[in-house]
Design a protein around this ligand. Structure first.
Ligand SMILES: [Zn+2]
Length: 293
């Protein structure tokens, strides 16, 4: 009897299995299923963490580890505007303040477009930036479009590379109409020209690019002069370039810590630290200071 029961059980299991067999045909479309899952996961990834739709920098609690590795699938970006890009101000130190983006000339009403595929994270008037659109992209980068005169998207919109975002203008703190474009990674603004050529070719400087802290520090650059750009394309290169070089500076008549700092592309904080002095220390002509950068 017991044998008969277990035979019955085995038979019923087999019949269930055979009933399920036709379902295997679904495997044919497995590839398309997988690709759908992947896209969804990527989208969830960029909106699952630090996705705040009302604050400019949602990464305040994140400590970015340098060098930053960035990957691009394409070799070109979509131009944010359909005309020649005339740069009026660069990433760098400007009138005693940090300029964390690049200014590109436009006429109020010119259409603006997203540089890459992504999801709109913020559409908001910000002090300084004026009407602003921020798009988060699938490699973790965010592009910021500021001083707009009109919005063309809303928060959480999915945008394809080259899609319309709104119209340029001069809202917020802007001297004349222009696009203030920022390229941010986890709240750190990267020198846009380190990543992209702003010529007509719309080239991305490298498919894999390593960013050292030099390329996120406006103090290390001048907004009126183009910095020498040689993208680091491997971790070894990036680590080697992070090794600080020391040189000696001899204090000249009329020098101050801020002047020495600006002329040697080094922060006052770093000057003070390497020379064990304070911001208020009196420096004398002929005094030797160590510059580390
Ligand atoms: Zn600007």
């Amino acid at each position: 009897m017991r044998f008969f029961l277990s035979l019955l059980f085995i038979l019923s299991t087999l019949s269930i299995q055979s009933q399920n067999l036709p379902n295997l045909i679904i495997i044919d479309s497995l590839e398309s299923v997988i690709s759908k899952i992947d896209t969804t996961q990527i989208q969830n990834n960029i909106t699952s963490k630090n996705w705040k739709t009302t604050v400019y920098n949602p990464y305040k609690d994140v400590d970015v580890a340098y060098p930053i590795k960035l990957k691009f699938e394409d070799s070109t970006y979509a131009s944010p505007m359909h005309k020649d890009k005339v740069i009026t101000s660069r990433f760098g130190w400007r009138r005693g303040r940090a300029h964390k983006g690049i200014d590109i000339d436009l006429i109020t009403g010119d259409s603006l477009f997203t540089m890459f595929d992504g999801i709109v994270r913020l559409v908001k008037y910000l002090p300084g930036h004026g009407k602003t659109v921020i798009v988060r992209h699938y490699n973790g980068l965010e592009t910021v479009y500021a001083h707009l005169s009109r919005y063309g998207v809303k928060v959480n919109d999915t945008v394809a590379k080259g899609a319309y975002l709104g119209k340029g203008g001069a809202t917020g703190n802007a001297r004349g109409s222009h696009l203030h474009l920022e390229v941010n990674y986890q709240g750190e603004s990267i020198h846009p020209e380190y990543l992209f050529s702003f010529n007509e070719d719309n080239k991305i400087n490298a498919q894999e690019i390593w960013i050292t802290s030099k390329w996120t520090r406006p103090i290390a650059h001048n907004s009126r002069r183009k910095s020498k750009i040689k993208p680091l394309t491997s971790e070894d290169e990036a680590l080697a370039s992070q090794i600080k070089k020391r040189s000696i500076y001899i204090v000249k008549p009329g020098d101050s810590l801020s002047r020495i700092s600006a002329r040697n592309n080094v922060s006052i904080a770093s000057l003070c630290k390497t020379n064990s002095i304070s911001r208020n220390s009196v420096i004398k002509i002929g005094q030797k200071l160590v510059i580390e950068n």
